[in-house]
Design a binder for this molecule. Structure first.
Ligand code: HEC
Length: 442
């Protein structure tokens, strides 16, 4: 086998005797573990890597994409504590791919084995309720990506708490990501009104553009939200009238959200699930009916999972700027255990960092996303919850590229403010956490 590999590699002029022993046998387990969840028929990636025959034509491109860490898609680099859903490759794994391609991308001795198992059933176990889009949605073969909202009534007669949630696309080849919200009351799709949003504010901040909520162009500008009188602008995702709250997300590779024992998230009676689904196009007419599965706690949980959005509604991104900085802050008045991070921006987003500034001094980076990619709305789940004491200031720092060099920028001549439409911007450092009742510190 060794001499065969060398001969094959030699014809490509790429041979290096040291790496000649790396064959598809070494690469296949890495493909199964890190790639095939997307690179298989019916999944989101346009090419399949189940077999040597399918993979070999892409060898050079695979080398390039893994070496640059473009593939697998994973956007957080430095963080505090291990992330449960980290799909990035280790340096050794990257080197295996590189060595395989450098030595001619040869076949191995084993026959290809079957793909990593398609998840059967729900990853979160047997659900109590599965809620599905009421009508099938038809996605045209061609055109730009679509962002569509769907409301599904829960028909819950009383408040319930979920200990596990999982969003499952009906058609994985078109569903790029899903943001699932809980919306109290039976109000239908995107019911937020600017009157309600402006109610507690000293001056009007929002206006409605159709169904969308946007910040007024003439609203005061504070790019550094940490200097605002309230020291920041975190939005507790409370369940007051009209407010919606993120309950779960789906992006390829999601395995559902399972909260640690004794924890749960509130789903109020008569609430609706609101999906925002990002559809991409496959060149064929496609249909989708996405679902969400809920597992309820039997009793109200000992601790309720809360979600805060550390955000800043007051920024203004000037036209043409390539790295405009926006900050948002929030100071915890309780000791909390942070469970997950959910950074959110739109297409001008460039990078985001979530830091903790401790009351006793010292700053720690909790999560850093150096190359934001709007296409991958990932929730980063901590392996072990991160405890931060009362008085900790969470600082979210984002940069935006509103220059013409940003290929995703719909209009580099626009001054950009907060708004629902993708052509406006957002700035959210989302946190799921529970309060550590009684405890003072570690
Ligand atoms: C979470 C989904 C996902 C995973 C996991 C993933 N890919 Fe991809 N990959 C994609 C998608 C989607 C594309 C199509 C291009 C795009 O939209 O970014 C792609 C494109 C590619 C391409 C073609 C790039 C080009 O130049 O056209 C290569 C090569 C590739 N992936 C290699 C890999 C390898 C190797 C792995 C595992 C180590 C991997 N991918 C894991 C989703 C994924």
């Amino acid at each position: 086998m060794r001499s065969l590999s060398l001969a094959f590699a030699g014809t490509l002029g790429l041979a290096s005797a040291a790496s000649a022993e790396v064959t598809f046998d070494d690469v296949l387990p890495l493909l199964q573990r890190h790639c095939q969840e997307c690179h298989r028929p019916g999944q989101i990636a346009p090419m399949s890597f189940l077999t040597y025959e399918e993979t070999r034509p892409w060898a050079e491109s695979i080398q390039e994409n893994v070496a640059s860490r473009t593939m697998p898609p994973w956007h957080a680099d430095s963080h505090n504590g291990e992330l449960k859903n980290d799909r990035s490759l280790s340096q050794a794994e990257i080197e295996t791919f590189i060595a395989w391609v450098d030595s001619g991308a040869v076949r191995g001795t084993k026959n290809e084995t079957a793909a990593s198992a398609e998840p059967v059933g729900w990853a979160i176990g047997e659900p109590d309720v599965v809620l599905t889009m009421q009508e099938e949605y038809e996605i045209a073969a061609e055109g730009t990506d679509e962002y569509i909202y769907f409301a599904i009534p829960t028909n819950l007669a009383e408040d319930r708490y979920v200990k596990a949630v999982e969003v499952r696309p009906g058609n994985r080849s078109v569903v790029h990501h899903v943001l699932a919200y809980v919306q109290p009351g039976g109000t239908g799709v995107v019911s937020r009104s600017s009157e309600a949003a402006n109610e507690d504010l000293a001056f009007p901040l929002f206006f409605n553009a159709g169904e969308a909520l946007r910040v007024l162009p003439e609203a005061p500008v504070h790019d550094d939200g940490c200097t605002l009188p309230d020291g920041g602008s975190a939005t507790p995702m409370d369940m007051t009238e009209g407010s919606i709250r993120l309950i779960s997300t789906f992006a390829p590779g999601s395995r559902g959200d399972l909260y640690p024992e004794g924890l749960g998230k509130l789903v109020p009676k008569d609430s609706e699930i609101l999906f925002q689904v990002h559809y991409n196009k496959t060149g064929r007419l496609e249909r989708d009916k996405t679902s969400i599965a809920l597992v309820f706690t039997d009793e109200p949980p000992s601790k309720i999972v809360e979600a805060y959005w550390v955000s800043n509604y007051y920024f203004r991104i000037p036209p043409g700027t390539a790295a405009h900085e926006v900050k948002g802050c929030y100071v915890f008045d309780r000791d909390v255990d942070i469970l997950s991070y959910f950074p959110h921006m739109h297409v001008r987003g460039k990078d985001m960092k979530i830091e903790a500034v401790y009351p006793g001094g010292g700053t720690e980076v909790l999560l850093s996303v150096p190359r934001w990619d709007f296409n991958w709305q990932t929730t980063y789940w901590l392996e072990t919850p991160k405890r931060v004491p009362a008085g900790t200031r969470i600082v979210v720092t984002a940069h935006y590229d509103n220059s013409k060099w940003n290929p995703f920028n719909p209009d580099p001549t626009a001054a950009v403010r907060w708004g629902d439409p993708t052509s406006d911007e957002m700035m959210i450092g989302g946190l799921d956490f529970v309060a550590v009742s009684g405890a003072t510190n570690e």
